[in-house]
Design a protein around this ligand. Sequence first.
Ligand code: HEM
Length: 420
Amino acid sequence: MGFLPFFSFETWILLISFVFIFVLYGHWTFGVFEKLGIPGPKPMMYWGTVNRYNQVYYLDDNECAKKYGRVWGSYELRRPMLAVMDPEMLKIILVKECFTFFTNRRNFRLNGDLYDAVNVAEDDQWRRIRNHVTPSFTSGRIKEMFSIMQHHSHKLLVRLQSKMDNKEVKVITIKDIFGPYSMDVMANCVFSVDLDSINEPSNPFITHASKILRFPVPLFLFQGCFPIFLPLLELLGLSLFPKSSTTFFRAVVEKIRAERNESSRKNLADILQNFINYQTNKLGKERENQGLNDHEILSQVTMLLFAGYETSATTLAFLAYTLARHPEVMKRLQQEIDLTFPQKGPVQYDGLMQMEYLSSVVDECLRLYPPAARLERMTKETVKVKGITIPKNMIVMIPVYALHRDPELWPDPEEFKPDR
Ligand code: HEM
């Protein structure tokens, strides 16, 4: 076997087998959409169709929608992912069959301590937790929290004014102000603590909340390319949510909770207290439809903090941006404000709810700049939706950003038109 350089025959066999298996594994999942007759970009080994037409994933979705229509097949690394932006199909997926075939989102498994947060939980556990989270967001409860929002909105105005009055400040990074504002509102509504991070930009709540949704890229790539190792990664305690941040939030909530058990702060009517009031530590079947356990309470409170922080801050930042670019809209909005609250009167909840133009402006802003540019659901069983077979365990991805810019649904999609 002297014609084989360097290695022995056995080593060569091993090497060739390894390369063969590596290449085969990298392609293994591809082809599923061809079989189903669904169009889509051609995948590359391991990489799938990620960033095929654009480096930015939601702009890539936009390009795919232009090329393939409202349904296409893509591969996020090795994972097949069906993109759907057909309105009739979406009604079935998100509404009609939500509780039968499309209850769950994709579960990355590497959720660390947040394994039982409402956005991660599945099936009956999700239903039960969701049933306990929802009552905190009724119009009555939001009305109760309104004075907290007023308090922080006032502080926001003072902060903005002081920036404007400061002649040395030439540019204001608006997210650095709306971010802390959102966090202060969230923390106050969730556990009645006034963080005052708006006046303290280096507040650890802001740094940790900003970090928490930034998945570590190497781990994300590895789990996507080699899902076979997921159980091992779980066993090693690896998590896509930065551990330092989840630990920070958990420690804060635990401390607040412990103090509350001891003191008169029990009477507070915030979201944390809402959970505690319904709490029960019964196990197993008995716990169904009853309260959340200690761990679940901590997870919901942590998750609510950053779920509300990032989305609200981004929305406010884009709202400021669009208003600055459309002075005619700002003027009309100002007129509606003056009409609803004459003589610069205080903003009231009921009046605010009547402001139709404001609502259209916010909706149009969310259409153009949705903070969540994609939604996801997983199929529980193989199911046919509008003639398209969606196999069991397929990720159904809703490209929200591309959907919001579909010219047939939104004529002149790039234009900001609150009156649409
Ligand atoms: C403009 C602000 C917001 C936007 C654009 C937004 C957007 C979203 C989106 C797109 C989802 C996923 C829905 C789905 O998969 O069907 C979601 C879920 C969620 N959001 Fe928000 N959100 C906002 C504000 C908030 C706030 C302030 C809170 C908390 C106080 C919050 C808590 C949640 C929770 C708990 C879920 C998970 C619900 C579940 O799994 O059942 N969001 N949000």
